[in-house]
Design a binder for this molecule. Sequence first.
Ligand code: SF4
Length: 183
Amino acid sequence: MALDHQPSARIPTGVSHTGPTWIEEPSIIARCYMDDVVAINSPPLCPSARPEMEGSVLFGVVGGTAEEPRLAYLTEPHPVTDELLALSGPVTPTEVFRFAAPCAENACQHFDGSTCRLAARTARLLPPVVEVLPPCRLRPTCRWWRQEGRAACVRCPQIVTDNYHPSADIERAADPEWVINAP
Ligand code: SF4
């Protein structure tokens, strides 16, 4: 979502729109694309989901090295299909792809009833690996972004869903028993 300060006009309720649109809020004037407006009001997506989860989409491909993986973000998320999953061979899809799906909330071991503790541990225990926000199309709907903001995004590219070469920091961040103090 691009934000800048420009003249504005309200969007009438119920009007469909596909292009750039000016919206006005009491305290902010923002230029948004309608897709992003819809996304902001959507249920959050988990950016560390598994492909078998309902509504799962592929949004990134793992590059870099085994010791220093770095996610390449797709320009558009792709629905999960058998053909797509087969492209990961000979390794499993979760070793080389990142998937997003609606947050399972209380069905997930990382959810504490109000927040995602995996996102919190990621933002506090892992080192940043990029200096600017990754070009991630998931952002308006991402639970990690909504909860932790930039701190999650600058650490996100090192996350591999099934990582067989985890650093000590990654192991701690993935451990649901690891308790971190509130900021
Ligand atoms: S880069 Fe940020 S918005 Fe995108 S999946 Fe990672 S945490 Fe979410």
